[in-house]
Every structure is written in structure tokens, then in C-alpha cells.
Design a protein around this ligand. Structure first.
Ligand SMILES: [Zn+2]
Length: 155
């Protein structure tokens, strides 16, 4: 009804041609807990949080250890190697800045922590659970985003 009329009127605005194609990829919104993580990514280091009391490694960064609740935390640089724990293929775009198809995967790092990322550098059909992957930092705005590519061709 009126919603459809409103949106078609907006897209027909001659002063803003191609507005949809200018919408950028959503970028990280660091806070006091995650700023260091994103700063490390800018230097192409994948850091995981480490509990000083029980040695547990985890992601995402938080105010305390999710295993023992200790607040004595530090960070450790991860190897960037891991494997696909699970994944889903998006065949429809849900954001103009993220064209389909693309893969969203739960990566299990060799050090243990898991994080959600994208699989890049291969055909979507090649992605499978258990596939070895390694981090590849890709520029997006002022950030370097940790994505993962197949780690079959180690050099
Ligand atoms: Zn702990």
C-alpha cells in the first residue's frame, strides 16, 4: 500500500541516481572490549583472548573468561589456521553491500576458539565441513577483516 508507493517514489528521485549501489559493506563497530582485536587485525594479526587463571582461549573478546569468570585476561596471537566447523551458503543477498552468493562459516581455530567469518578464495561448491583453512585479511573501509581461504596449498 503506501509503503510501496513511498519506496518507489524514493528510488525514482532523479537527484540520487544509483543510490542502492553506493551502500557499503557494514563495518565493525568496535567498543572498549573489541578495539584491540580490530587494531590487531589492521596489522594482520588474529588475536584471541586468553584467561590468565585457567589458560582458556576464547573469542569474541569479553569482560571475563567464559569458563571460570576470571577477569584476568590477556591476548595471544593465533596461527590463523583452522578448519570449517559448520557453514551456510547464502544464495540471496540480504544487504546491497554483500552480493550473493557467499559463504558464512563457523571457523574453529587450531588453538580452539571459534569465530564466524566468510570463506573466500575458492568455489562455493568446494567448501565442506572439516576443510582446512587459513586467515586472509581483506580490506573493507578502514578495516582489515579476517576471512578464511582453503589451506590446502601450504608454501
Ligand atoms: Zn578462565
Amino acid at each position: 500500500m503506501s509503503d510501496a508507493q513511498t519506496s518507489s517514489a524514493k528510488s525514482a528521485d532523479p537527484t540520487e541516481p544509483n543510490r542502492r549501489t553506493e551502500i557499503a559493506l557494514p563495518l565493525p563497530q568496535p567498543d572498549s572490549l573489541t578495539q584491540a582485536y580490530w587494531d590487531a587485525c589492521r596489522e594482520e594479526r588474529l588475536e584471541v583472548s586468553r584467561c590468565e587463571d585457567c589458560d582458556h582461549l576464547f573469542l569474541p573478546p569479553g569482560p571475563c573468561c567464559p569458563k571460570c569468570w576470571s577477569g584476568k585476561l590477556s591476548t595471544r596471537v593465533a596461527s590463523g589456521n583452522g578448519s570449517v566447523f559448520s557453514y551456510v551458503v547464502y544464495r540471496r543477498s540480504y544487504h546491497p553491500g554483500i552480493p550473493a552468493p557467499y559463504v558464512v562459516a563457523l571457523i574453529e581455530l587450531d588453538e580452539g576458539p571459534r569465530l564466524i567469518s566468510n570463506i573466500v578464495g575458492c568455489e562455493i561448491e568446494e567448501v565442506e565441513i572439516g576443510m582446512p583453512v587459513r586467515v586472509r585479511f581483506e580490506a573493507a573501509g578502514d578495516y582489515l577483516l579476517p576471512r578464511f581461504e582453503p589451506n590446502g596449498a601450504e608454501d
